[in-house]
Design a protein around this ligand. Structure first.
Ligand SMILES: [Fe+2]
Length: 311
């Protein structure tokens, strides 16, 4: 049984029009739209669905207000959803709907679904980088300057959870996720396959009560698209929380923006790619230095070419 990644995320939102405006500016394509909500796609066909916060079809919320209500994990074509149902029997169980999609609730209260993946192969290329040891990766070719981002996929989700151990056990023992790195007692980075990007899910404990959405991260092609997307979203009037910046854990470049649909939205690129040979580091201290090598609170102004440090 192979979980291939995040196929769909569903938000319950207070203001559909505002959410729609955000994801238009974020760089997603609208695929369906009606009175009850709107569905967007990334380039690989991962869906971002917006529904009204009181839509009775949504799983119960795990926090008040606009937030994520369901994460749909894609399963490799040909694999049996029955295997997942059997694995989850000891973890609260799962039920199948009329379309054959499997539904469960994780110990943190997040709605989960499982379906054969509908994501597509994507044939876009990121920039090549000329380094000292490989100076001719890009020959007679300029590096791109992006006027906005077009996210390739939904890369990972991050939740606050007061019950870190129980929620980790659900994903690792129940669903077969792998630990990539850990802040002891504070957070765990998990990936759904032994081989793949550094994390598909990060669980973060900040207190014995805090539960909710921290962010949803969208993969873009390369570092330049992180900057181009962040500058564009800034020009469109949205608020950067922190970014650009770089995480020492996962190595990724990031840019986090406040999302009216709940939590933050992140552009990221150049995360570590892991295999079964990877040894998780289990003793990360939750320090500012381990969160970011550098980062800009409040972001960059998309219209100002020479930006000044604050007085
Ligand atoms: Fe992230």
């Amino acid at each position: 049984m192979t979980i291939t990644g995040i196929d769909r995320i569903t938000y319950g939102v207070a203001d559909l029009a505002e959410g729609r405006r955000f994801f238009d500016d974020w760089g997603l394509e609208t695929v369906t739209e009606g009175a009850d909500g709107v569905d967007f796609e990334t380039l690989d066909g991962s869906t971002v669905a917006l529904r009204l916060v009181d839509d009775p079809a949504l799983p119960a919320p795990f926090e008040d207000g606009s937030t994520l209500r369901e994460v749909t994990w894609g399963v490799a074509l040909g694999d049996s959803l029955g295997d997942i149902a059997a694995r989850l029997a000891d973890f609260g169980g799962a039920t199948s709907d009329d379309d054959g999609v499997l539904h469960a609730i994780d110990p943190n209260g997040m709605g989960l679904a499982f379906r054969p993946t509908r994501r597509r192969a994507v044939y876009v290329t990121g920039a090549r980088f000329n380094t000292f040891d490989r100076p001719a990766m890009r020959v007679n070719q300029r590096s791109p300057v992006y006027d906005r981002a077009r996210p390739v996929k939904v890369g990972h989700v991050v939740f606050f959870t007061p019950n870190l151990d129980e929620t980790e056990a659900f994903y690792v023992d129940g669903l077969g996720f792998h630990v990539s790195d850990r802040y002891p007692g504070r957070g765990v980075f998990l990936r759904c396959n032994a081989e793949g990007g550094h994390h598909d899910l990060f669980l973060l404990k900040v207190s014995d009560t805090k539960r909710g959405l921290n962010h949803v991260a969208f993969t873009v092609r390369d570092l330049h698209e992180v900057f181009g997307g962040g500058l564009h979203i800034s020009r469109r009037g949205w608020t950067t929380q922190v970014g650009p910046g770089r995480h020492p854990i996962s190595s990724a470049y990031f840019w986090y923006v406040s999302n009216p649909c709940g939590g933050l939205a992140e552009y990221y690129a150049d995360e570590d790619y892991l295999t079964g040979e990877w040894q998780p580091r289990e003793d990360w201290d939750p320090t500012p230095e381990n969160y970011a090598e550098w980062a800009i609170t409040g972001g960059l102004d998309g219209n100002t070419r020479r930006q000044l440090l604050p007085e």
